[in-house]
Design a protein around this ligand. Structure first.
Ligand code: PFF
Length: 479
């Protein structure tokens, strides 16, 4: 096998990981998740989920990746034992799965960059979305987007991913800051800020059982967790830099970009009097396009906005493909270039039902793919990684976390125990509620069949009991 590549610099790693984190999740998915889950109240739970669950889980992925220098399947096998390879295998499958629909949406974005330039959607923004989002057009754009992703990944870790994200991530930040500054000058934006930034805690309290799993799912999706993308990126770390410091930069930058995107989207919609709850997968496309169609200099603003979305989507999509490519390259004798092309072709095919929006039980393919990823795959993968890193390898994990950082032993233990308890508990609850959501959506369960609250409490009690039992028997790690 040829020698494994590494990032050329620490900044290269951080930018690549931020590029993976900042994506459609921040700009496309976040506003409609927020709109469906109580607006600013969702923002509060989401930020708590990012800090308390996402951050420790991110460090867990870094620890396995850097320690083993392998793709997720071999990494988990080597770290925690043969049977844990399944967790890595789930990650590779989920990379394949998520990219298949992510790329269809990426195709829409490509189209909207062109549409903003020519003003193609200005006459009828909703009709335009309907005409491009489904069918042969959508398929062709999905193909074009996948071709771009394959092209970058084929060039390799340093010359493709690192170089690409070094250009893309700063461009996203500069463009978003400019757009947010411009948005703040629009008339009537106060309503947009108010909606986004003043949480309605009563709504939150009333809906916590449904808001919580969505917030945890969103936190995982936005940080690219639960499927080995961060394991893979950390596996290309050659040196001994501080994982907690790098992880913190990534979490902060990702959250800032998400909030910044909200500071563009919500004021623009408010200024145009467009409702925030036009939820659904087309929300950002239809409503932002409607706004650009009437605002002065709409072409320029539209190009700016959709270019941000395109760069964000691309820099995330390459990390999804890289998970699969690294696994295949390291387990066959093939070169990266043909592997990237063949895997890309497979992902393209898996995206066909989404491009044609085939539906099952009245729910469209895109919603299904998204739902399964969010509610099942990512929490399951995250749980597997948390158990592998936290419970099977306490001492090794805290030592690896400490390598290259001057964080104290207490901090390492605090991380380990958060991973072992808070993260495991939150992901188990999310997963069980997720299974329920999937069964209800599939029509197998009536939505009233199992009420969530007793379910959550019973489950939390079981997991807590198991954890307490586990805590007694496990080795006391020393840092
Ligand atoms: N973090 C990306 C986003 O917010 O759009 C999505 C994503 C990328 C999820 C890579 C998972 C992943 F491995």
């Amino acid at each position: 096998m040829t020698e494994r590549e590494t990032w050329s610099s620490r900044a290269g790693f951080i930018l690549a990981a931020v590029g993976s984190a900042v994506g459609l999740g921040n700009v496309w998915q976040f506003p409609f998740q927020a709109a469906n889950n109580g607006g600013a109240a969702f923002l509060v739970v989401y930020i708590a989920a990012v800090l308390l669950i996402g951050f420790p889980a991110l460090l867990a992925e870094f620890v396995v990746g850097r320690n083993t220098e392998s793709n997720p399947v071999d990494a988990l096998r080597e770290y925690a034992g043969e049977s844990w390879a399944v967790v890595g295998g789930l990650g590779v499958f989920v990379g394949f799965w998520i990219l298949s629909f992510y790329s269809v949406v990426g195709g829409w974005v490509l189209r909207y960059v062109g549409g903003s330039l020519t003003g193609a959607y200005f006459g009828d923004p909703s009709g335009y979305f309907a005409s491009i989002a489904v069918g042969v057009d959508a398929l062709a754009l999905h193909f074009a987007f996948m071709a771009l992703v394959v092209g970058i990944v084929a060039l390799g870790v340093e010359d493709g991913i690192e170089l690409g994200t070094k250009v893309m991530v700063p461009a996203i930040v500069v463009l978003l800051v400019a757009l947010a500054a411009w948005a703040s000058t629009l008339p009537g934006v106060a309503d947009g800020y108010a909606y986004y930034l003043s949480p309605d805690l009563d709504t939150l309290a009333a809906n916590l059982p449904s808001v919580l799993p969505n917030a945890v799912g969103q936190a995982f999706f936005t940080l690219s967790l639960g499927m080995g993308a961060m394991v893979t990126y950390a596996s290309y770390l050659g040196g001994d830099d501080s994982l907690p410091a790098d992880g913190a930069s990534i979490v902060v930058l990702n959250t800032l970009v998400g909030v910044l995107a909200g500071l563009v989207v919500f004021p623009v919609l408010a200024a145009e009097g467009i409702g925030f709850d036009t939820a659904g997968m087309g929300a950002v496309f239809e409503s932002m396009a409607a706004a650009f169609a009437t605002l002065p200099a709409g072409n320029v603003l539209g190009v700016g906005f959709f270019v941000v979305l395109l760069l964000a989507a691309l820099s995330s999509a390459i990390s999804l493909l890289e998970v699969v490519v690294s696994y295949v390259v390291e387990n066959t004798t093939r070169d990266r270039k043909p592997v990237a092309a063949i895997v890309g072709a497979g992902i393209f095919l898996l995206g066909v039902p989404t491009a044609f929006d085939l539906s099952l039980n009245g729910v469209g393919a895109l919603a299904w793919y998204n739902l399964l990823a969010y509610n099942l795959f990512l929490p399951a993968g995250g749980l597997g990684i948390a158990l592998a890193v936290g419970w099977t390898q306490g001492g090794r994990s805290t030592r690896e976390l400490a390598r290259g950082s001057n964080a104290s032993e207490t901090l390492g233990l605090a991380w380990l125990w958060t991973l072992r308890t808070v993260v495991v508990l939150a992901l188990t609850v999310t997963l069980v509620l997720g299974v329920k959501t999937v069964l209800v959506t599939a029509g197998v369960l009536a939505s009233s069949a199992l009420s969530s609250m007793p379910l959550v409490v019973a489950l939390a009690a079981v997991v807590a009991a198991v954890l307490v039992g586990g805590a007694r028997s496990v080795d006391r790690p020393t840092a």
